[in-house]
Ligand binder design. Structure first.
Ligand SMILES: [Zn+2]
Ligand SMILES: [Zn+2]
Length: 137
């Protein structure tokens, strides 16, 4: 059986255009088998889980992020974006709006051409107002 997380904060964000749940952030603190405490963030960007982020979070970032997520009125995408824009891939900072996956257009792979192997950087997309951002990395 997996150990229960010591803390677990979940916040959902609804699409400002159509109202469906556009994304969900889950921030957890767990104790590893060696006793070390570690923090993890998962961001699901659509209900099928096709796009998302799953990353460890260091202690200073956790200290900044956790109070926001524990207090849903404070957990605005704008504030979370200031911590790390990758945590809110459904959010366009220029519009200051949340869009579900269906609103994003022109989703395309971004390749680092300065890398001789052409490494995959993630995917970019355009919001309904034409602003471009990375939606996965
Ligand atoms: Zn929508
Ligand atoms: Zn926009």
């Amino acid at each position: 059986m997996d150990p229960m997380p010591l803390t677990r904060d979940v916040v959902e964000f609804c699409c400002d255009t159509c109202g469906v749940v556009a994304g969900r952030i889950t921030l957890t603190t767990e104790t590893a088998s060696n006793g070390r405490i570690w923090h993890n963030i998962k961001t699901f960007f659509d209900c099928s889980g096709g796009y998302g982020l799953n990353a460890s979070v260091n202690a200073p970032v956790f200290a900044e992020l956790q109070p926001l997520l524990a207090d849903p009125p404070a957990a605005t995408p704008r504030r979370i974006c200031k911590v790390n824009e990758n945590y809110v891939p459904f959010y366009c900072a220029e519009c200051d709006l949340v869009y579900c996956i269906d609103e994003w257009d022109d989703i395309r792979a971004v390749i680092d051409h300065t890398d001789p192997y052409g490494s995959f950087e993630g995917e970019s997309a355009r919001c309904p107002h034409g602003h471009c951002r990375m939606i996965s990395s």
